[in-house]
Write a protein that binds this ligand. Structure first.
Ligand code: NAP
Ligand code: GDD
Length: 371
């Protein structure tokens, strides 16, 4: 049978890497895209071909996780053999500003999709495999380290609470309706295509811009948080492998190594020979009302059952991202030199949003960088 994948969240970081992988594997790939006043397809533009050409295997459909009818219609038209649910309001800090919206998209949106798939399978008698993008954020105030599939959840943000709902709803559909519904509990994964307001990309983008004189300061929050950072290219392989198994299940995907935000910052700035004390400042706006202090995953089950292993360490990942952002900054520098205006980086624009959840004005203290 022809392999047909439907991806929600195709315009996001993970969606773009997964689309590349599935096209390489010969799939037809369909993606659901939200209507916006500007096109949001930048991360997949290099994969898109005009529909009048031969052998076009990437197709986009307008839709939204909040629009159950559009999901049902698209599934009926596309007839997917695999559905990857990657769509989410995925920013943890933003989920404190928009808790209801975050819960609607992640929790109810996933339920809309599961129900649409169940009905499609039952009425059309076609098998569909479902992947849910669960998150290490669900472990929150961790009960044990490292965290595995059996570690209890203690969510610490509206985002994480919604992800716990979607996770258990997926398992319930598996158990109640015998749906092939699998969850991947993925730890933080990054790449040059990472959204610019997540801490790794914020750091690498700023380091490159500072190096080329396009920016003079970088404001950050809690540098002591520890994360288990891997490379997105490795993690989408795991998603695909999960749907190729005989039985649906739940898998932790992680490198097993954890580092502080400070260590990532030092790695990035050292790579470009920049002094942190000179450029990096603390701003309480970037603190969270409840923080997740430590995430470190135990991906033994994925290694043993899927044969999956990560290939990129944190320092390699950091340098990959800095190098990519340096190329981007060089293009920006050339435009500025030619007298053009360039857009502000997303992170700078986001800092205008308020009020701060902590209620404190931005401060300009140099950041302490000792390990
Ligand atoms: P991302 O870059 O923020 O992408 C999110 C995607 O969801 C975008 O394509 C976005 O569309 C889409 N989306 C948002 N709201 C939607 C809605 N209402 N209807 C339809 N689409 C909507 O996130 P990511 O890093 O690729 O992560 C992918 C998934 O994995 C997310 O569910 C995330 O929560 C989860 N996850 C990520 C990590 C990680 O470290 N990256 C770890 C664990 C789990 P627009 O382009 O229009 O905004
Ligand atoms: N974003 C951001 N901006 N985070 C900062 C900053 C800052 O200026 N300064 C310090 N941090 C700290 C945060 O407090 C957090 O402890 C850590 O850096 C990582 O923050 P993010 O990069 O925003 O990622 P996250 O861990 O909150 O969430 C990501 O990973 C989850 C998996 O564990 C997202 O991709 C989620 O969607 C994903 O589920």
């Amino acid at each position: 049978m022809d392999k047909v994948a439907l991806i929600t969240g195709i315009t996001g970081q993970d969606g773009s890497y997964l689309t590349e992988l599935l096209l390489q594997k010969g799939y037809s790939v369909h993606g659901i895209v939200r209507r916006s006043s500007v096109f949001t397809t930048e991360r997949i533009d290099h994969l898109y071909r005009d529909r009048h050409e031969d052998d076009v295997r990437l197709h986009l459909h307008y839709g939204d996780l909040l629009d159950a009818i559009s999901l049902r219609r698209t599934i009926g038209e596309v007839k997917p053999t695999e559905v990857y649910n990657l769509a989410a309001q995925s920013h943890v800090r933003t989920s404190f500003d928009q808790p209801v919206y975050t819960a609607e998209v992640i929790a109810l949106g996933t339920l809309h999709l599961l129900e649409a798939i169940r009905d499609y399978r039952d009425t059309q008698q076609r098998d569909v495999r479902f992947y849910q993008a669960s998150s290490s954020e669900m472990f929150g105030r961790v009960k044990e380290t490292p965290q595995s599939e059996t570690t209890p959840f203690y969510p610490r943000s509206p985002y994480a609470c919604a992800k716990v709902h979607a996770h258990w709803q997926t398992i319930n559909h598996r158990e109640a309706y015998d749906l092939f519904a699998t969850t991947g509990i993925l730890f933080n994964h990054e790449s040059p295509r990472r959204g610019e307001t997540f801490v790794t990309r914020k750091i690498t983008r700023a380091a490159a811009r500072i190096k080329l004189g396009l920016q003079s300061e970088l404001y950050l929050g809690n540098l002591d948080a520890k994360r288990d950072w891997g490379f997105t290219g490795d993690y989408v392989q795991a998603m695909w492998l999960m749907l190729q198994q005989d039985e649906p299940d739940d898998y932790v995907i992680a490198t097993g190594q954890c580092h502080t935000v400070r260590e990532f910052l030092i790695e990035a700035f050292n790579h470009l020979g920049l002094e942190i004390e000179r450029y990096v400042r603390f701003d309480p706006r970037y603190l969270r009302p409840t923080e997740v202090d430590l995430l470190q995953g135990d991906a033994r089950k994925a290694r043993e059952r899927l044969g999956w292993t990560p290939t990129v360490t944190m320092p390699q990942l950091c340098r990959m991202m800095v190098d990519a952002d340096l190329k981007l900054a060089e293009q920006e520098r050339a435009l500025v030199n030619a007298g053009h205006c360039i857009p502000q980086p997303c992170e700078s624009i986001e800092s205008q949003f308020g009020p701060s959840i902590i209620g404190a004005p931005p401060v300009r203290e140099p950041i302490p960088v000792g390990p």
